[in-house]
Design a protein around this ligand. Structure first.
Ligand code: T5A
Length: 222
């Protein structure tokens, strides 16, 4: 593609299947000749990945809530400036596992932090960037936590996975609230079997990107 790229984000509670879905979205675009990059938040650049370590690793010194919020946005500012914007400027499809909606849901609804502060930080970090499409993988909290636990096996919970079911219920409700407000969202029933989740995602991509959907499979275009 020679024009500005496409920015797609995936959101949802723990274990919703975002990482799994990222690969399916990437395959859909690359089979149609698009150049794709996959990334994640917090993280996505070497410095932002260092911040991810601080954010996810439980430590004796508790991370204060404002520090958590500002560190998330510091990582996001690095990611936007050094990875996402350059990829989009090069005409790529950038697919990101979580973005600012996770801060609205986890820090805003989950932790109860000031949503207007979150929007101020978002304006500073995003520099006008907005996803073209946000796939919300929605499923009951208990199911997501069970999937995440099964995948984790005997390894330790990260800082967020230690939170209560209520915390994740507030997050799920906020994601659904955001999806009802912003047309860039598409809600996917992520409780369905994997093949049905993939089919829903393909249908959304087909509807939102009809020109790309019409390209022959295996096409390469500049
Ligand atoms: N955070 C992040 C904030 O608080 N604020 C922010 O602004 C940001 C950006 C990130 C943490 O940071 C917090 C939120 C998070 O707590 P993380 O390790 O990246 O930490 O956590 P998650 O993003 O939640 O990633 P997970 O790996 O836990 O969940 P996924 O990616 O949604 O799930 P996935 O794809 O790994 O699948 C989980 C398991 O379920 C299976 C998979 O095979 C896998 O084993 N699965 C299915 N099983 C049955 N049916 C299906 N349809 C399935 N889909 C997947």
């Amino acid at each position: 593609m020679s024009h500005a790229g496409i920015f797609i984000t995936l959101e949802g509670v723990e274990g919703a299947g975002k990482s799994t879905a990222v690969a399916g979205v990437a395959a859909w675009f690359s089979q149609r000749g698009c150049v794709v990059e996959c990334s994640r938040e917090p993280g996505g650049t070497p410095l932002a990945e260092s911040m991810r370590q601080i954010l996810l690793t439980p430590t004796a010194e508790a991370l204060a809530e404002p520090a958590e919020l500002m560190l998330l946005f510091a990582a996001r500012a690095q990611h936007v400036a050094h990875r996402i914007k350059p990829a989009l400027a090069a005409g790529k499809v950038l697919i990101c596992d979580r973005f600012t909606d996770s801060s609205r849901a986890y820090q805003g609804a989950g932790r109860g932090m000031d949503q207007s502060l979150i929007e101020t930080l978002a304006t500073a970090a995003e520099q006008g960037l907005e996803p073209n499409l946000t796939l919300l993988l929605d499923l009951p909290v208990a199911e997501g936590l069970a999937r995440a636990a099964a995948r984790r096996g005997l390894s330790a919970h990260d800082r967020f996975e230690r939170e209560s079911a209520d915390f994740f219920e507030r997050i799920r409700a906020e994601f659904l609230h955001l999806a009802a407000q912003h047309p860039r969202f598409a809600v996917i029933d992520a409780a369905a079997p994997l093949v049905a989740v993939q089919a829903q995602i393909h249908a959304v991509l087909q509807a939102r990107f009809p020109l790309i959907a019409a390209l022959p499979l295996g096409a390469h275009h500049g």
